[in-house]
Structure formats: C-alpha cells, structure tokens
Design a protein around this ligand. Structure first.
Ligand code: NAG
Ligand code: NAG
Length: 350
C-alpha cells in the first residue's frame, strides 16, 4: 500500500521495481520486517519524536488533511495509552513496527484503553479504535480494551469498525465482551488474533470474512453474535482459522463456549454465520450454537453453518437450528465481500 504524495514518488519507482521482483514469490511480501516508515508516512514514536513526528496516534491522524488523498502512518514500538478515532474520507493505512509482517506474533505496537459501553454511552464509543470510514487498512498493531469483566456494562470494544473496504492484517484484538464490532460495510480480517469471552465478534450490518485467524476464548460465552439488519444481512464467515481456549481462560470455560448466538431477529432476514475449514478445540460445547436467551431465542431465521472443520470441537450433537453444510459454495470470499475484493484486500494474507 502506497502513500501517493510527492515525497513518495521516488520510493514508488523503487517499489515498482521491487514488487516486480518479488511478485514471482508472494511469500516474500508477507514474511519481511517493517522496521522503518514507508516513504511518505507520518511517523509516530512514543518518545524523542523529531520535528514533524507525533507521540500519539490520534495526533498523527488529526494532522492528516480532511480530503480524499491516500495517506499512511507508521508507528514505532511502544504502548500507546489512548483512544483513537478515525473518520477522514481518503484512504488510510496504518503500519505498526514488526520484524515479521506475516503474523501478529512479533507485533511491538500496542494501543490500550479502558472503557465500557456503560461509561462511554454506547458500544462503539467504548472502543480503543473507532474507524468510521471506508478504505482503511491496519497492519501489525495490538488493540486492547482493558475494562475486563463486569456484571453490568461489560461491553468493552477493542475496535468499532464501520465502513467498507476495511482490512485488518496481523492485528491482535483483546477484550472480554464485544471485542470486535464489524458493524457496517465489507471487511477482511487476515492472520489476526481475536480474544474474548462473550459475543466477541459481533455486528448488525457488516459482511466480514475472517481468514487464518486465531480466535481464543478466555471465559464462557458465544464467540459470535450476529444481528441481521432490516435491509441487508449481517454475514460472518470464519475460514481456515484456529478456534482455541486461551491459556489465560478462567477455569470452567471449557465446554461452555459456543460458536454463536443470534443477537436479533427479523422475519425477512437471516443471521448468517459460517465456520469453514477451521480447527475447533475441545472447549466448544457439543451443541455448537446457542439461542440468544430463553425469553428471546431468536432462532427462527438463522443460518448457522459448519463445513469442513476438524478438531474435537467439530463433532457433537448440534443444536436443532444449526446446519451442517455439504460444501462452502456460496460462502467464499467473493460471495461475502463482492467479486471485486481483490482490488482492496491484501491477498498476500490469504
Ligand atoms: C432500518 O434500520 C435502520 C438502522 O437501524 C433504521 O434507522 C431504520 O429506521 C430502519 N427502517 C425500518 C423501516 O425499520
Ligand atoms: C478457505 O480456506 C481453505 C483452506 O485454507 C482454502 O482452501 C479456501 O480457499 C478458503 N476459502 C476462501 C474463500 O478463501
């Protein structure tokens, strides 16, 4: 991803030469280091910032023009204690420093914030990162909401993602309840780590494709909570991922984790959540899926599908409203994100 401003022209030429060399071996593009700012990037570092650099991510975001130009931000290692809100119209890519772009494992930038929906006034307002725009990419950053577990107002988001063509690559998301809100638009999550306990991948209108993610439960609850909208269906497909028990899960979690429950119900629309080609650990309850609650089960119009999964959690006597799919046809990335997904998804993360 390039920042097309005048400073970037020389590096654009260099990049075109370089990319023609590495395009024959796509793995090279993933496994590299990113320890220097791509040319043209706005730079954030926690201390000793030079002139023109910033010590907070929000200050860097605020420095960008409110126009349609394409911009990049590069963040040096550190723990940034702030909430970040992004809404400028033009494309924006944020890169965290890492010595391994192919994974989240060596991420060295963490953004941490603590707020609950009750304190902040809404789910979205509690998020550590709020992205209210189309055309956004985030690479190799950890996003934490440390509010933790609370009987009331336990919703505490790591990200509130509203907008189309948003891509998250090698990002780690941490919270307890409602970690990732894929609320509107089409979104891709590649090689990410998502941790939580209750409804920790959720949204109403979003179409999101999660590929090669690790999804870790730290407490009893449902992984997904999909609410269909009144106009378009919310759809989540989780493909080729590892669904595991976190090493710091509370005791008694295993056996009390479900793949999802239906957040809302509309007669004309269907909640669609599919887990495909994934490893499901033994912490998954044999029923697989859960009703919303005894009073409002919301299970009349769901498509909770599974196809081609493996691991101890992939078998069991499933809930009556679950569907064993005979193929994943219809739930591929082009079905979920649209046939033009290749124009905005970084396919080196597939
Ligand atoms: C559909 O949902 C949107 C967003 O929640 C809401 O603003 C709108 O009023 C709804 N329309 C109808 C006809 O229910
Ligand atoms: C889902 O994952 C499988 C296994 O890696 C892969 O063969 C398939 O192409 C993926 N589906 C999509 C739509 O990317």
């Amino acid at each position: 991803m390039l920042c097309l401003n005048s400073n970037a022209l020389l590096s654009l030429l260099a990049f075109l030469v370089w990319s023609s060399i590495v395009s024959a071996s796509p793995h090279l593009m993933r496994r590299g280091s990113r320890t220097n700012p791509p040319s043209g990037s706005i730079v954030v570092r926690p201390r000793d910032a030079a002139s023109g650099e910033f010590t907070t991510i929000q200050a860097a975001v605020n420095s960008l023009p409110d126009d349609s130009s394409s911009r990049c931000i590069f963040i040096y290692p550190g723990t940034y204690r702030e909430q970040v809100t992004i809404s400028r119209p033009g494309p924006l890519t944020i890169y965290g420093y890492t010595t391994d772009t192919s994974s989240y494992v060596r991420n060295s930038v963490t953004v941490t914030y603590s707020a609950s929906a009750g304190q902040a006034g809404s789910d979205c307002a509690s998020a550590t990162l709020i992205v209210n725009k189309a055309d956004f990419n985030l690479y190799n950053v950890n996003l934490k909401n440390t509010f933790g577990r609370s009987p009331q107002n336990g919703q505490a988001l790591a990200v509130c993602a509203s907008g189309s063509n948003q891509g998250y690559y090698g990002v780690r998301f941490y919270s307890y309840q409602d970690t990732v809100l894929a609320e509107t638009g089409v979104q891709f999550y590649g090689r990410c780590y998502i941790e939580g306990a209750v409804d920790f991948i959720f949204g109403q209108h979003g179409h999101a494709f999660f590929h090669k993610n690790t999804i870790a439960s730290i407490g009893p609850g449902c992984i997904t909570a999909d609410g269909p909208s009144n106009s378009t269906d919310g759809i989540f497909v989780i493909n080729d991922s590892r669904i595991v028990l976190s090493s710091h899960a509370t005791s008694g979690t295993s056996g009390h984790v479900y793949l999802g429950r239906p957040w809302e119900e509309y007669a004309r629309y269907v909640n669609i959540v599919v887990f495909s080609n994934s490893y499901l650990g033994s912490h998954i309850n044999a029923a697989g899926w859960k009703q919303w609650s005894t009073a409002t089960p919301n299970t009349a119009h769901v498509l909770f599908g599974e196809y081609g999964n493996s691991g101890p959690g992939a078998s069991g006597s499933r809930a009556s409203f679950a569907t064993k799919l005979s193929s994943d046809t219809g739930f591929g990335i082009a079905n979920i994100l649209g046939s033009n997904y290749g124009t905005w998804v970084d396919t080196s993360y597939m």
